[in-house]
Ligand binder design. Structure first.
Ligand SMILES: Nc1nc2c(ncn2[C@@H]2O[C@H](COP(=O)(O)OP(=O)(O)OP(=O)(O)O)[C@@H](O)[C@H]2O)c(=O)[nH]1
Length: 479
């Protein structure tokens, strides 16, 4: 592919991919930050909602419980320690106000009676009612028979305090599921001292303990936390043994996030494909004229405009490169300067335009005679530079053939057929010798050319660089 075209396509596609990647990255970063903020605020709202729910249910019960604590018959039953009456009244009232637990303590905090329960009444004896009573103004979470209750107390006065009424509602699985529906989060109550564990998650206490111990923070920027777990500070729970946790499952958020990401990725791919197509079209429109211009410039810089062969500098450059790179082994390198004989006379006789035509014809004839990998360049004026790689025994014949190709047939100039001869000075370079500098080679060839002119023109004179003696024997062999 044209290199300008390839570069334009590469540039456009790289820019698009870079932009798309930056978009993906910033989008991912902002969404995940947004998710994190959303989750934090959802957890905070849920925590507030839970506390409000518990407080409002508690205050409703407080209000309804006042009816019994102020009931004359109830107070009389307590004063006379009429346990059957107290139990029956507590049971009836508890059913009416939907309290799960209604107890009566004496002023010393000892349990006297309670409503009918679905677990042995003796379990209540395990609760430290004295401690509970001390902090009874605020509601308390208390574990009874491996079940969790929210309790509060009310004094029973007649008019002096004759006992304490304890009222509670149970926090059970059903209630937690209901609260989960309202908050959207998983709720976990557990005791730090016993086996009590209530949760909307499908795991047991041991598994939850493992989750608690795990560090849930992602270590690397592309990693994600699967969940957000927050401990809710309970205002008061006896000896702080009851703990409440809220857990947000982040996978739901990430599902939406991933779906968005995949559609963005797809969009990016579509954009990249469109970019490739458009940049190819753009590159074609840009590159074609540019590459023509570039090739034209290169051609002009390296070719002689009259003869359409290499100019002096391009020819010298190629010869220098070949001398550096080529492994000539058994071949010699011949650098020749060939000059049209008495060219001034042609100009003078036929005019400059015909002279130009002769120069063109001369170059063209040499070009068709030489091999494609031989170097032919216009050295200046009517002087030409030729470089051939030959076996030593081929050198004389090859240059003689060139000389004869020129002299044997006249060159057409205008309506004239003009006989032309050339003289050549050839500098021979042997493969085992060091390569002399180019100007030294050219100078040697020029001296040989001068000799050829001096000896009557239309001939080829071979030479060598003085410190690189010519292998006479090999040349003679061929001659
Ligand atoms: N038409 C034409 N003439 C050129 C061009 N470049 C150089 N010349 C002429 O070539 C002639 C070269 O003349 P000389 O240097 O005296 O050489 P010569 O007449 O060939 O004589 P010898 O080289 O000694 O055989 C000059 O008259 C230049 O003006 C060219 O591009 N076109």
């Amino acid at each position: 592919m044209n290199s300008i075209k390839a570069r334009v396509i590469l540039l456009c596609v790289s820019l698009i991919i870079l932009t798309a990647l930056a978009m993906q990255f910033s989008h991912g970063w902002f969404i995940s930050q947004h998710n994190q903020r959303q989750m934090n605020s959802q957890v905070a709202n849920a925590s507030y909602f839970l506390q409000q729910y518990i407080e409002s249910r508690e205050s409703n019960l407080r209000y309804s419980s006042n009816v019994i604590t102020q009931d004359f018959g109830f107070r009389q039953a307590i004063a006379t320690n009429d346990l059957p009456t107290i139990t029956s009244m507590l049971t009836n009232h508890a059913q009416r106000i939907q309290a799960d637990l209604m107890l009566v303590l004496n002023n010393d905090g000892e349990l006297i009676a309670g409503n009918e329960l679905d677990f042995p009444f003796t379990e209540l004896a395990n609760v430290n009612w004295l401690d509970f009573n001390r902090a009874s103004e605020a509601g308390q979470f208390v574990e009874v028979n491996n079940r969790l209750f929210r309790l509060f107390s009310l004094p029973i006065r007649a008019p002096h305090q004759i006992g304490i009424s304890v009222i509670a509602f149970e926090i059970n699985g059903m209630l937690l599921e209901e609260l989960k529906l309202k908050t959207g989060l998983d709720i976990i109550f557990q005791s730090s001292l016993s086996d009590l564990f209530l949760s909307t998650l499908n795991i047991d206490k041991a598994e939850f303990e493992t989750i608690l111990q795990q560090e849930n923070l992602p270590k690397l920027w592309w990693q994600r936390s699967d969940y957000l777990l927050e401990k809710v500070a309970l205002q008061s729970s006896l000896e702080q043994q009851i703990q409440l946790f809220l857990l947000a499952d982040l996978s739901v958020f990430y599902q939406v996030f991933d779906r968005l990401n995949y559609s963005l990725l797809l969009l990016t791919l579509v954009i990249v494909v469109i970019a490739v197509v458009l940049s190819t079209l753009l590159a074609r429109r840009l590159a074609n004229p540019l590459s023509h211009l570039y090739q034209d410039l290169i051609y002009r810089a390296t070719h002689d405009h009259l003869t359409a062969i290499f100019n002096r500098y391009a020819a010298i450059e190629r010869i220098t490169d070949e001398l550096k790179r080529s492994s000539r082994n058994d071949k010699i390198y011949c650098v020749a300067l060939c000059d049209i004989d008495n060219f001034k006379k042609i100009n003078d006789t036929y005019g400059h335009a015909v002279g130009d035509e002769v120069l063109r014809g001369f170059a063209a004839r040499l070009k068709t005679t030489l091999r494609s990998y031989d170097v032919l360049g216009r050295f200046g004026g009517e002087e030409f530079l030729i470089a051939l790689q030959l076996k030593p025994e081929e050198a004389t014949a090859s240059f003689e053939r060139l000389r004869t190709v020129i002299s044997s047939t006249p060159i057409t100039g205008g309506s004239e057929l003009i006989p032309v001869t050339m003289s050549c000075g050839v500098c021979l370079l042997w493969p085992e010798d060091d390569v002399p500098p180019m100007d030294v080679i050219l100078q040697a060839a020029d001296s040989a050319l001068y000799k050829a002119k001096d000896h009557g023109r239309n001939q080829v004179i071979f030479t060598h660089i003085p410190q690189f003696p010519v292998k006479e024997a090999e040349m003679d062999e061929e001659a």
